[in-house]
Design a protein around this ligand. Structure first.
Ligand code: CDP
Length: 230
C-alpha cells in the first residue's frame, strides 16, 4: 500500500485552489482542509463581536478570547467535502461575504492568530492523507509536504471567476470591487512580515489562466501518478 502524503496548495487569491483541492481530496479519498476558511471564520467572529478595527486594547482582549473560539470542520456527504463551523454554527456562507474578504488579510497579519491557526492545521493533519490550501501551507505549515503546488492566474481572469460565483449566489457586487479586493489581498498577503505568500522553492507552479478545471486536474493527477504512484 502507498503511504499517504500531504498535498500543499498555495497561491494568489481566487486562483481556484479550493476547487482543485476538493477534487484531489475526492480522487485520493483524503481530507480537504481550507485554511483560508479558518482565517475567514476568525475574521467573521471579530467583525460580529466588534473587535475590528483592531487596536492595542481590543487586540489584547482578542488574544485572550481566541483559544475559546471553536473552529471545526464537519464532512457534508451531499457536497463531498467538509464545511467550517464556528462555535457550533455552519458559517460557510457568511465567511465568503465581501465584508469578510475586505478584512481577512489584515486579520491574517496578526502573529498570534497565525500561530494558533497553524497549530490547529497541524493537529488536523496528524495522520497525513490531507490536501490543504492557503498561502503559507508549503512554506510554513508543512515545509516537508510531499507535493507542493503554487497556483497563479491573471488578476482579471481571477476577478471574473470570483465575480461570476457571486452572481450565481445572487450577491450584488461590482466586478471592480472584486478585482480591487483580490489585488489588495495579494499585496497584503505577499508583503506581510509573518509568513508572507511566497513560492516555496520545491513547489510546482501552475498558471491556470488558460486551463479548464478539468485540464488542471488531469495535469496534477499525472504528477501524482508519476511521482507517487497514487
Ligand atoms: O479563496 P481565496 O483565494 O479568495 O482566499 P482564502 O483562501 O479564503 O483566504 C482568505 C485570506 O486569508 C487570504 O487572502 C489571506 O489573507 C488569509 N490566509 C492566510 O493568510 N493564510 C492561509 N493559509 C490562508 C488564508
Amino acid at each position: 500500500m502507498t503511504d499517504k502524503i500531504i498535498i500543499a496548495i498555495d497561491g494568489f487569491a481566487s486562483t481556484g485552489k479550493s476547487t482543485l483541492a476538493k477534487r484531489l481530496a475526492k480522487h485520493l479519498n483524503y481530507i480537504y482542509v481550507d485554511s483560508g476558511s479558518m482565517y475567514r471564520a476568525i475574521t467573521y467572529y471579530a467583525l460580529t463581536n466588534n473587535y475590528l478595527p483592531f487596536n492595542d486594547t481590543n487586540l489584547s482582549d482578542f488574544s485572550k478570547k481566541l483559544p475559546s473560539i471553536k473552529l471545526n470542520f464537519v464532512f457534508n456527504s451531499n457536497l463531498g467535502y467538509s464545511e467550517i463551523f464556528l462555535n457550533g454554527n455552519n458559517v460557510e456562507k457568511e465567511i465568503r461575504s465581501i465584508e469578510v474578504s475586505n478584512h481577512v488579510s489584515s486579520v491574517a497579519t496578526v502573529s498570534f492568530i497565525r500561530k494558533h491557526m497553524v497549530n490547529l492545521q497541524k493537529e488536523i493533519s496528524l495522520n497525513k492523507g490531507v490536501v490543504m490550501d492557503g498561502r503559507d501551507i508549503g512554506s510554513v505549515v508543512f515545509p516537508n509536504a510531499e507535493l507542493k503546488l503554487f497556483l497563479n492566474a491573471s488578476a482579471e481572469v481571477r476577478a471574473k471567476r470570483r465575480h461570476s460565483e457571486y452572481i450565481k449566489q445572487n450577491v450584488n457586487v461590482d466586478y471592480s470591487e472584486v478585482l480591487n479586493n483580490l489585488k489588495t489581498r495579494d499585496l497584503d498577503d505577499s508583503n506581510r512580515h509573518d509568513s508572507p505568500l511566497i513560492v516555496a522553492n520545491d513547489a510546482i507552479e501552475i498558471d491556470n489562466s488558460f486551463m479548464t478545471i478539468n485540464e488542471q486536474l488531469i495535469f496534477v493527477k499525472n504528477i501524482l501518478k508519476d511521482k507517487f504512484n497514487l
